[in-house]
Design a protein around this ligand. Structure first.
Ligand code: HEC
Length: 135
């Protein structure tokens, strides 16, 4: 049988876990922590859901709170592939650079995704080779 002290400890850990899960769900709009880690998600939508929506929101309409996260939805600046590529690779101010955490293919996929979703219908698909050139 488990001694009482061990059982209390296990309960405490479970409780801490539950609290943390609650905090994470409630804090979906807070700036996520991206330190470390190459990202493993594949495909533009998965990358958007896993990384970009944390700041730009699931509908890409952006948010203002602890910082200002511009809308990507219906955004004329996304017409320029080079602009979107450079934002994702190099970042700018509050937008972190993701060049080191994504493969060329992941970057091409997410750039193509945001340029063809959320009311954006821009032509000119980006290829992994374009990302390599820009790096
Ligand atoms: C940690 C928060 C954060 C994450 C995650 C993030 N962005 Fe951003 N993004 C920003 C901020 C803040 C700006 C505004 C930067 C500025 O003011 O110069 C921005 C700007 C942009 C812009 C330029 C918009 C404009 O109107 O000029 C694009 C494009 C963009 N982000 C795409 C993405 C994509 C694609 C992803 C996912 C790979 C992503 N962002 C992830 C915070 C974030």
């Amino acid at each position: 049988m488990m001694p009482a002290r061990r059982r209390r400890f296990a309960f405490g850990v479970a409780l801490a876990g539950a609290l943390m899960a609650g905090t994470l769900a409630a804090g979906a709009q807070n700036t996520p922590d991206f330190r470390g880690a190459p990202f493993t998600m594949q495909g533009g939508e998965a990358v958007y859901r896993g990384v970009c929506q944390g700041c730009h929101m699931s509908d890409a309409k952006g948010a203002a709170g602890a910082g200002i996260y511009p809308a990507l939805a219906n955004n004329p600046k996304l017409a320029s592939t080079g602009y979107v590529l450079s934002m994702v690779i190099k970042g700018r101010k509050g937008m972190p650079p993701f060049g080191d955490q994504f493969t060329n293919q992941q970057i091409a996929d997410v750039v193509n995704y945001v340029r063809t979703h959320f009311g954006n219908r821009y032509k000119g698909e980006v290829q992994a080779a374009d990302v390599r050139t820009l790096r």
